[in-house]
Design a protein around this ligand. Structure first.
Ligand code: ADP
Length: 508
């Protein structure tokens, strides 16, 4: 049954707060685009619904046009009009919702971090479902992501199935359990959900603050399929240490919960075609990689005196999850070990941003250290290409994309063994792992000794054993990080869920 629904192709609609490259804060944006494209390639009809933010990269959207229809959606006891725009991004049909609400929900100059994010995204979740209903869509799968569109799951079953939008199974992917979007319970009423019914321990009530609603928990309870972005992280969040308060909920719903490692968009991240690079290169022609190293050193004013000086890169959001104190330590340790370091990162946390600005200023004209404290897609490509080593000392890491991108560019990761890093980086010195899988350096403890151990071993091999380093670089560049395999796993989950629903319907 499962394979027959695959062969006819499924209709999958993602409702999300991000999509690369037009509206991207982190990995979520990459996943929506990457998974969407991979499923489309497999013959499924994939559509995306996004908010129409003022701060999107409009230069990456070619054919944006407004539809004639106006969709009215409920909020705070009345109906509001939404203008709907459509476009094709990376070959995927995308709908953008522009609410005509006096609070100008998506006209804030930033994607998240507003005082009324709960209202902004509960409004959007409801408007997105209203769009599907009014457009007469009959999807097989509605796939929502993270707390921002977690509202879709209870809204779908409680309000939209009764209205006739009833063809779909709901899949929810949590990209990071740290962000749960809790709010005072009464706020849930704005989008039309029944607070009395839902503020219960087995539904949406937060597991520790009983007067609060937890949208993430709601999506776990109300979705047919719940996924997170790596098998190791899926295990970690089922423990009291890693579950951010939701481990008991996840354990209760464990039958529908699974971890699937993300892929990367291997078209966008391809050193052989990457137009952001000074020189394109591939595993058989690593001279190009060396030229990119030379070029970024010049561009950033770093010393080029020694071509074989190891260059360590780091590209990250500077938030506690990423091990900011260990990143800071790695900068100093790299210098002591005779390397160079480039950090590209920005922080939504003011004291962290200030701290790194201090370090950036300190090293402003330094020969070997440069900190670039902003979000910059173009420089990120150059850093992946130019670096020899890439450091990722995360405290926890749901999946992590940077280790995969780094390897695609022939840059060897030094990563903490946690979450998706544990599923994708395998230590070259670990005899318990088959040789063919070993691809980088890992360390277990999230402390300075851990970082030192990884960095020292990497730098030592780079310096003392250039031939084996070269082989390692070639090897990691040939690993397949594409969405192909992960998308097949989602396809399988979707198909089985749809088949189960059809079987149940035919029995009824
Ligand atoms: P997260 O989603 O937690 O931020 P991931 O590793 O899953 O971490 O995804 C990070 C993505 O964001 C990668 O594509 C990385 O290249 C990109 N990125 C992070 N910080 C920056 C930055 N300052 N400039 C450009 N790209 C960045």
């Amino acid at each position: 049954l499962a394979s027959s629904s695959i062969s006819s192709g499924l209709h999958v609609i993602h409702i999300a707060a991000e999509m690369a490259p037009v509206a991207k804060v982190g990995g979520l944006g990459d996943v929506v685009a990457g998974l969407g494209k991979a499923l489309q390639k497999k013959g499924h009809l994939v559509e995306i619904v996004l908010p129409k933010y003022d701060c999107m990269q409009y230069d990456r959207i070619d054919d944006l046009r407004a539809l004639d229809v106006v969709v009215e959606s409920y909020f705070d006891g009345r109906l509001f009009k939404n203008k709907v725009w459509v476009s094709t991004i990376e070959g995927l049909p995308v709908y953008f919702i522009e609410p005509h609400h006096p609070d100008k929900f998506f006209w804030r100059g930033q994607f998240y971090g507003e005082h009324d994010d709960f209202r902004r995204f509960s409004f959007f979740s409801r408007a997105a479902l209203e769009l599907l209903l009014q457009a007469g869509k009959q999807p097989d799968i509605i796939h929502c992501h993270d707390w921002q569109t977690a509202f879709v799951a209870p809204l779908y079953w409680d309000l939209y199935v009764p209205k006739g939008l009833n063809s779909a199974r709901v899949c929810f992917t949590c990209h990071n359990f740290e962000y749960q979007g809790t709010a005072p319970a009464k706020e849930l009423a704005s989008c039309g959900l029944d607070v009395q019914q839902l503020n219960r321990p087995d539904r949406m009530q937060d597991n520790s603050a009983h007067d609060r609603i937890n949208p993430l928990k709601g999506a776990i309870v109300f979705s047919n399929i719940v996924t997170t972005v790596s098998p190791s992280y899926a295990q970690e969040v089922r423990t009291s240490e890693g579950g951010q308060g939701l481990h008991s909920t996840l354990n209760f719903h464990s039958k529908k919960f699974v971890g699937i490692l993300n892929g990367i968009d291997t078209d966008a991240w391809n050193p052989a075609t990457d137009t952001f690079l000074k020189v394109q290169y591939n595993a058989n022609d690593l001279q190009g990689k060396a030229e990119n190293k030379e070029s970024i050193r010049k561009h950033l004013g770093l010393s080029s005196a020694d071509a074989r000086k190891p260059l360590v890169g780091c590209i990250t959001r500077l938030v506690p999850q990423k091990g900011v104190h260990l990143i800071r330590h790695a900068i100093y340790r790299t210098l002591e070990l005779g390397g160079q370091f480039i950090l590209l990162g920005s922080s939504p946390v003011p004291h962290i941003q200030r701290e790194f600005e201090g370090i950036a200023n300190h090293f402003q004209n330094h020969d070997h250290i440069r900190l670039i404290l902003k979000y910059d897609e173009s420089i990120s490509h150059s850093i992946y290409a130019a670096s020899d080593i890439f450091i990722i000392p995360s405290i926890f890491e749901p999946c992590g994309l940077t280790q995969m991108i780094a390897m695609r560019y022939g840059t060897i990761p030094v990563a903490r063994k946690t979450g998706g890093l544990n599923d994708s980086v395998f230590d070259v010195d670990d005899d318990t792992i088959p040789l063919q899988f070993r691809n980088g350096y890992t360390f277990l403890n999230p402390d300075e000794q851990g970082v030192n151990g990884g960095l020292e071993r990497a730098i030592s091999r780079y310096r003392n054993n250039p031939e084996s380093w070269h082989e390692l670089v070639q090897k990691v560049m040939s690993i397949d990080w594409s969405w192909e395999f992960s998308a097949s796993q989602y396809e399988d989950l979707y198909a089985k869920s749809v088949a189960r629903a059809r079987a149940a319907a035919s029995r009824a």
